[in-house]
Design a protein. Structure first.
Length: 229
């Protein structure tokens, strides 16, 4: 499957293939308990944002990787009717690099694109073990992380649909919207975003970054008053 068209949608949708670059390691190592990649990623995000709270950097790091994974899978599904094999042993991640997260896929292989296969590949294959790893390192709540996952999926669907409509590819936009709606019906994701604008029901904590403000889909109308942690 040729994934080059994903590059045109945006950086979060792009996926390198072939040998991984320097500093990258399979995500499977992180999920198996190797702590160094996660510490590196959270520290990198904290430094670039100026975040002093580790849980805030952890949440933003989680949101970024979730957005990458959903975008790659949803984009492939809507454009090609297939998704690449995103096995954590074959998907390499460079945690010290900037956003969007740098990912490489080694080897080949694809699967038919259904809500079940996308959910198995992204939600069960990556987001659940990544959340477990984060919660071993920080106090970030599981509800917040599922909120991040829902927000990332909704954002990927909006971006893909907007790109497709601008190019007159209404079928791609419709497939993306339908697949995202089915994925968001899962009990862990249901209610994480609400309404036609898909506004999230939890906060990712970005407002606690110095000068961060609110995200476009934030549950708040104005930043809450900050309290010490």
């Amino acid at each position: 499957m040729d994934l080059t068209e994903l590059d045109a949608v945006g950086g979060f949708f792009a996926l390198r293939t072939g040998p991984s670059g320097g500093g990258a390691a399979p995500l499977a190592r992180l999920y198996a308990g190797e702590t160094a990649p996660l510490i590196t990623r959270i520290d990198t995000v904290a430094e670039r944002l100026g975040a002093t709270e580790r849980r805030v950097a952890a949440s933003v790091a989680h949101l970024g990787l979730a957005a990458r994974l959903w975008s790659i899978a949803l984009g492939s599904a809507a454009l090609y009717g297939q998704i690449p094999d995103l096995d954590p042993a074959r998907l390499h991640w460079a945690p010290e690099r900037g956003a969007p997260d740098d990912l490489w896929l080694t080897g080949s292989g694809s699967r038919s694109a259904t809500a079940a296969t996308v959910r198995e590949a992204v939600q069960y294959g990556h987001l659940v073990p990544f959340a477990d790893a984060l919660r071993r390192d920080t106090t970030v709540s599981r509800q917040l992380l599922w909120g991040n996952a829902g927000s990332a999926l909704a954002g990927a669907a909006r971006t893909l649909a907007d790109w497709a409509r601008r190019g007159g590819r209404t079928g791609v936009a419709e497939r993306a919207a339908a697949l995202a709606a089915e994925l968001l019906s899962h009990p862990d994701l249901a209610g994480t975003v609400r309404g036609p604008a898909m506004r999230r029901s939890t906060c990712c904590l970005y407002y606690r970054v110095p000068g961060g403000g609110l995200c476009g889909d934030c549950v708040f109308d104005r930043p809450p008053r900050r309290t010490a942690q």
